[in-house]
Write a protein that binds this ligand. Structure first.
Ligand SMILES: Nc1ncnc2c1ncn2[C@@H]1O[C@H](COP(=O)(O)OP(=O)(O)OP(=O)(O)O)[C@@H](O)[C@H]1O
Ligand SMILES: O=P(O)(O)OC[C@H]1O[C@H](OP(=O)(O)OP(=O)(O)O)[C@H](O)[C@@H]1O
Ligand SMILES: O=C(O)c1cccnc1
Length: 473
């Protein structure tokens, strides 16, 4: 799939033209992509979007029409337009695998290349990684709340445009949502497609029973009937059970019913009772209507009997406190041989300089203990002093008995992928396994436990030295 290189902010192009004029375009540079606060005021994020980002980078090239369009802006010199003809990304990408659980301040993607290519890809990489990571995280929260119940993604109609809808389905799958109603995403990413029918199907027929019978006739082995058009318990459930009986008499089974309004806890309990009493113990109950992780928790706390949640708007738009968008940023951390620091009066916003590695300390049973951000060539040993990245007065030591693993690998070298893509199932499995290894409190929605992310003494000392140098300058 080709992404146009014009999927960018104008300033990436003006800076690129400027670097060319200044003769800086070939200077080696390193950028880190990271976010500061976990989305949804939650305890973690699920990294997603890498494969999409690599596809973008691998195919990055301006075609004739795009260059002609830029020429028509009367902004750029001919030499720059000429330069764009052979412009490609030939750098290195270091990143965690998709589905990895990550935290604020951790370098996610590190982009190394010449200043021209490494700067230019900022906007597109942020667009891809911010959105998919946000949605994978929301999906993981919803799937966690749902427990043994399954979740179908119903969000296309409320997603941020048709392409946003496809990214939603992909990222939601990584986060633990098992299927989508989005047929294009099904074809593109081999995600199982699932669905029921709308209220308009019922309204198009003279009455509800006739509508149910007609649907069941066409789909005798895959009907989920929407029971809330008139009255869920007095009409919808009664008619659905009639049709379930008729189907069984012909050797078929009703797959289930869908509730789309009212108190989903109460209605699902009643619907379950009615289905069971009529002998349809295997028929599933699907619940939809502005469902999110909080609604699911509430339904479960009241003994709701939902087998499958259909989740649309709140998943597809990453809605929620601290949601809506992931605030990932892209910062220069090294240029030429010099580590770089962006300082503000707020140390929490000062960037972490230089090329880094990201380590995770695991206990013997694989539980996550803490993450450590260190300089790429720094030796990190058990017992070493490490610092809180936003409050260097707080420090701790890497505990004994842990095993340190590198969370990131080189995913692209000289503009080419270093390995083949994983399947979405492998990415979703990784996410599930990693969430199971987090401290339990990180998964809770209200005031989650803050997972410890520390910086090494190497980064700490380098940051202090650079800050002092800047103050003296
Ligand atoms: N047991 C429950 N616990 C918490 N929230 C619930 C429960 N049951 C339903 N909800 C949520 O309450 C809200 C119900 O909203 P509202 O009352 O506007 O819908 P409705 O009138 O039932 O349906 P509609 O307006 O779509 O016909 C939805 O967001 C739904 O997800
Ligand atoms: O509520 P969401 O999580 O976004 O899930 C998708 C919703 O989309 C459909 O109805 P739509 O909202 O189009 O109309 P309706 O609810 O008024 O029938 C469906 O019936 C769900 O209610
Ligand atoms: O198949 C469904 O029931 C469905 C699909 C999209 C949105 N709401 C419901």
């Amino acid at each position: 799939m080709r992404f146009s290189p014009l999927i960018t902010d104008l300033y990436e192009l003006t800076m690129l033209a400027g670097y060319l004029e200044e003769g800086m375009h070939e200077t080696p540079a390193v950028f880190d992509l990271f976010y500061r606060q976990n989305p949804f005021k939650g305890g973690y994020a699920v990294f997603a979007g890498l494969d999409t980002a690599l596809t973008y980078l691998e195919n990055l090239a301006f075609d004739k029409e795009e260059i002609a369009y830029l020429k028509g802006l009367n902004l750029f010199r001919p030499r720059f337009l000429e330069f764009l003809r052979d412009f490609r990304f030939r750098g290195r990408i270091t990143a965690p695998a998709e589905g990895t659980v990550v935290f604020g301040n951790e370098p996610l993607l590190t982009v190394e290349g010449n200043l021209a290519e490494a700067q230019f890809v900022e906007t597109a990489l942020l667009n891809i990684i911010n959105f998919q990571t946000l949605i994978a995280t929301k999906a993981a929260r919803i799937a966690h709340a749902a427990g043994n119940a399954k979740v179908i993604e119903f969000g296309l109609r409320r997603a941020q445009g048709p392409d946003g809808g496809s990214s939603v389905a992909r990222a939601a799958y990584i986060g633990g949502v098992r299927s989508t109603s989005n047929v294009m995403a099904g074809m593109q990413y081999d995600i199982p497609v699932k669905g029921t029918h709308a209220h308009s199907w019922i309204m198009a027929f003279p009455d509800e029973l006739t509508a149910f019978r007609a649907y069941a006739d066409v789909f005798p082995d895959s009907s989920i009937l929407l029971v809330d058009t008139y009255d869920t318990l007095k009409s919808g459930m009664v008619n659905a059970i009639t049709v379930a009986g008729e189907l069984r008499a012909k050797g078929h089974e009703l797959v289930g019913v869908r509730l789309d309004s009212g108190d989903l806890a109460y209605l699902s309990r009643q619907a379950r009772r009615m289905l069971d009493e009529a002998g349809f113990t295997e028929a599933k109950i699907v619940a939809s209507n502005e469902v999110d992780e909080y609604v699911i928790e509430s339904i479960l706390s009241e003994g709701g009997k939902v087998d499958i949640y259909g989740v649309g708007t709140k998943l597809a738009t990453g809605m929620g406190d601290g949601g809506g968008a992931l605030g990932g940023v892209y910062k220069l951390v090294r240029i030429g041989a010099e580590p770089k620091l962006k300082v503000t009066s707020d140390i929490a916003k000062a960037t972490l300089p230089d090329r880094k590695k990201l380590l995770r300390a695991l206990s013997e049973d694989g539980s996550c203990i803490m993450d450590i951000i260190a300089l790429a060539d720094e030796k990190i040993e058990i017992g070493r002093k490490v610092y809180n990245p936003v409050n260097p007065l707080q420090f701790t030591h890497i505990p004994t008995g842990v095993r340190l693993t590198e969370l990131r690998t080189v995913a692209m070298e000289e503009g080419k992928r270093t390995g083949s893509s994983s399947t979405l199932d492998q990415l979703a499995d990784r996410c599930r396994q990693q969430l199971a290894c987090l401290p339990q409190g990180c998964l809770r929605f209200i005031n989650p436990h803050t997972y410890k992310v520390s910086i090494s003494s190497g980064i700490h000392d380098l940051r202090l030295r650079l800050m002092e140098e800047l103050q003296q300058a």
